[in-house]
Design a binder for this molecule. Structure first.
Ligand SMILES: [Zn+2]
Length: 237
């Protein structure tokens, strides 16, 4: 079963009706599989969405979402009625959490883009976009003056944030994406004119949604260094 991944097309789709394809239980709990989903399954350094799936038969708070091969599993601690099979349910995700995740994740891409532009010999190799302690890891020579890199990076981020840069995603041909980037994703994301990054996560539409990105100092790693950060978004009225 290939679940249609609705979140790939629209980060801001917070509720949707979907048909139940299968229900069951495994080591993580009771699960629902739907024909399509707006729930982001944990992966690519980004945590799952949380939310509620409901029908006339009951409400199922979703605490974990997992993508196994091409199928998305929505886990709940509630008992699931077998009569749900084939029924239409309403999916609602926690929109505040979704937007925080999307902003934090997009900020991580921007940091990677800016460092790679400032120091072309340095490459971003790992991203962790959980709200508790997000970071980007880079491979390359540890800079002689790490404080200067952080200062330059801070300025580059400020400039980008003030330029209302748009974030565009593009679904590419699967085989091309695999051979070009060595990643098993067939979607790229691009902030303004920065380099495209292969990614299946959720991103905000415009950088102006981010109020500020705070940076830690560089931390040495085996291959290079790590930059931790935190992302502040504009409160919605
Ligand atoms: Zn991404």
């Amino acid at each position: 079963m290939n679940t249609k991944l609705e979140y790939l097309g629209d980060t801001y789709l917070f509720s949707q009706r979907a048909r139940v394809y299968k229900t069951g239980r495994n080591e993580f709990g009771n699960y629902l599989i739907l024909e399509q989903t707006i729930f982001y399954p944990q992966g690519g350094g980004q945590p799952s969405d949380k939310g509620i799936i409901s029908s006339q038969l009951g409400e199922y708070p979703i605490y974990k979402v997992q993508l196994k091969e091409e199928t998305v599993f929505h886990y709940t601690q509630s008992e699931i009625s077998s009569s749900l099979l084939g029924e239409l349910v309403t999916c609602r995700i926690d929109s505040v959490l979704r937007l925080k995740h999307a902003a934090c994740h997009t900020a991580g891409h921007l940091i990677a883009n800016c460092v790679e532009k400032l120091q072309p010999s340095i490459k971003a190799v790992k991203a962790y976009h959980f709200l508790e302690g997000p970071y980007i890891e880079f491979k390359g020579i540890y800079p002689d003056k790490p404080e200067e890199l952080i200062l330059e990076l801070g300025n580059a981020l400020q400039t980008s944030l003030s330029q209302s840069l748009m974030i565009e995603t593009e679904i590419t041909d699967k085989t091309v994406a695999e051979t070009t980037h060595g990643f098993k994703t067939f979607r790229t994301v691009q902030i303004g004119n920065y380099e495209k990054i292969p990614c299946g996560g959720t991103h905000i539409k415009e950088l102006t949604e981010i109020k500020n990105i705070k940076l830690s100092q560089l931390k040495k790693t085996k291959e290079g260094f790590r930059i931790s950060y935190s992302t502040l978004i504009h409160e919605k009225e």
